[in-house]
Design a protein around this ligand. Structure first.
Ligand SMILES: Nc1ncnc2c1ncn2[C@@H]1O[C@H](COP(=O)(O)OP(=O)(O)OP(=O)(O)O)[C@@H](O)[C@H]1O
Length: 312
């Protein structure tokens, strides 16, 4: 059975000038950890708000646990958990008071579903009398997750839960999500961090309100169609200029400490390297590398009809 279904959802703002969701369709089976991956402004929050019944779509239908987001919105509100992007807790209430508040709103008690949050809450317990506003970013995020879980939701929506959180807390957070999957809670999580995409079972890559691809992260990276090279040199900016000017190079963008490069049909990397060295590039290092989700995203983005992004 599918927990989440979107059928041709469209939503625009500003009298149609901003198209935040453009004919979005997808199905998420029960118990899946599904990622919405896309940069700021891609339309992730818009989809979360439609699915949690806080925003009406312009057209199309969407269902959560079989309930229609417009016709059955009350049912959905009672059975889903939502952790919005921005800090959603009451800053002036303590950790314990926040938790009790959210439990009461959903007509339950903290003890009723304590087993769901036990592992996470244990880390918060030493601070239970601290006001939420005084917690660290990682602790706030854990408390927000506990509050979103306290009524044992069937579906959990997490909008950029790790944005602005340190690397250790990000790792811990994904560990916690894995634990929740064992409880058969369907999780839809968004992130702008491409490295987190590989931690989901399936992902949708989204850009400017459109889905570019829906697949497992492994299938997406394995389907990268070109040979991809990582190139470095003593002077990275001079290397970039030469690569962009080369008729043999199809695409080139900077990626961490290297430039990622694909070639035009018929070109070969040995030829490109000799050309670069002849042009005075020093300490050139070239290796063939496996594409990451981010490489795939860039490739898909550049091949969208009407894309404003430059391939090179
Ligand atoms: N209430 C609104 N009025 C006008 N434009 C809006 C409104 N809400 C969102 N937008 C615009 O719609 C587009 C999609 O926004 P959305 O918040 O859904 O994207 P996002 O992927 O969640 O990005 P972010 O992380 O920046 O919120 C963006 O261009 C955004 O500026």
């Amino acid at each position: 059975m599918n927990s989440i279904v979107l059928e041709h959802i469209c939503k625009s703002y500003d009298k149609g000038r901003v198209r935040a969701a453009q004919d979005i369709s997808l199905e998420i089976p029960k118990g899946e950890l599904f990622g919405l991956i896309g940069p700021d402004g891609a339309g992730k929050t818009t989809l979360f708000r439609i699915l949690t019944t806080l925003l009406l779509p312009d057209s199309g239908d969407a269902y959560v646990d079989g309930h229609h987001v417009v016709k059955d919105y009350r049912n959905i509100r009672q059975h889903v958990g939502y952790m919005p992007g921005r800090f959603s807790l009451y800053q002036d209430l303590t950790v314990e008071e926040n938790l009790n508040f959210f439990a009461t709103v959903f007509g339950t008690t903290v003890s009723e579903h304590y087993h769901l949050i036990r592992d996470i809450y244990m880390q918060l317990e030493p601070f239970k009398d601290r006001r939420a506003g005084k917690l660290s970013g990682g602790m706030k995020q854990k408390l927000a997750l506990c509050c979103a879980l306290i009524h044992k939701p069937t579906v959990l929506f997490l909008d950029e839960p790790t944005t602005g959180v340190d690397t250790v807390s990000r790792k811990e957070f994904w560990q916690m999500l894995k634990g929740l999957r064992e409880q058969e809670i369907t999780i839809m999580v968004s992130t702008p961090y491409m490295d987190e995409a590989t931690l989901c079972e399936r992902i949708a890559l989204i850009q400017e309100g459109r889905i570019l691809e829906i697949e497992t992260p492994q299938a997406i990276t394995h389907a990268f169609p070109d040979k991809l090279y990582g190139m470095r040199a003593e002077n990275m900016s001079a290397l970039s200029k030469l690569l962009h000017a080369s008729p043999q190079v199809a695409s080139c963008y900077s990626f961490g400490a290297a430039h990622h490069v694909t070639l035009r049909p018929g070109a070969d990397i040995a030829g490109v390297s000799s050309e670069l060295q002849a042009a005075g590039v020093r300490q050139l290092e070239t290796e063939e590398i496996q594409a990451t989700i981010e490489d795939c995203f860039i490739k898909l983005m550049n091949h969208e009809p009407g894309s404003s992004h430059q391939d090179r």
